[in-house]
Design a protein. Sequence first.
Length: 300
Amino acid sequence: MLQGRLVKAKGGFYFVKSSQGEVVRCRVRGRLEDAGIKLLVGDLVKIDENKKVITKAYPRKNRLLRPPVANIDQVVIVMSVHKPPLDLFFLDRLLVSIEASFMDVIICINKMDLTTPDDKKILEEIGDTFKNCGYNVVFGSAVVGWGIEEIKNIMHRKITVFAGPSGAGKSTLINMIKPELDLRSEPVSVKSDRGRHTTRHVELLELDKFSFVADTPGFQKLDLKNVASGELSSFFPEMLSQDPCKFSSCLHDAEPGCAIKNAVKAGEITSWRYEHYLFFLREIQQKEKTFFPKKEEDGR
């Protein structure tokens, strides 16, 4: 028996990089499927190298729902300045989802070569907002090569996932970091100003003996189904640093004596981040109402 890490799943086969360094194409033993175990790229598994089957999946230290990957150290969110345009609402949604999975996150603002002087001033303010929240923010360009060395250093001896919308430049960045990977990339659609899906499945790629990166399919939608309304504010780091509210159960919406609303008025919390929080809160509350329907009358 060999131990290894699942690096790709495609066409009903699972590709496992064994502890001996070889990649073994495997099937899954029936009893794992019968037990409802769904394997993810990044899973640590045991394989029977003779029968080429996965016999056991080890407990995960973490997992992401979107993109679906497990046992990683950090996530690099790649957003572009233009083509497609920077979407702060979607960025905040991604940040909440990753924070809820308790993983380190880095924000990479890509395609800085397309910026105007006015863009740069706005981007500096946006970068300062996220840096004040405690996030590492990298401004780069996969085309020109800006920020590549900084990202390389961040990824050293780590298992990293690149996540973000289609067309933001995830595959191009990875190609700049390790050109021999030669990942496919395509220009953004002129008609829709959105990226085309060039990465079709999650795959864990080896950068060196100690560093791996997962290139993942881009996406434009993300459900916050792993977040409850009462815990949402804990995934906004700037809210955690404020004084406590009057009520310990405060959701920072319509409650009196809310320290978060006072901090927004005082400019200590950026208004657009707070607006995104309120939108996410109402979205989650609506789903919670749907998930817990009222009991039917018994007819008496």
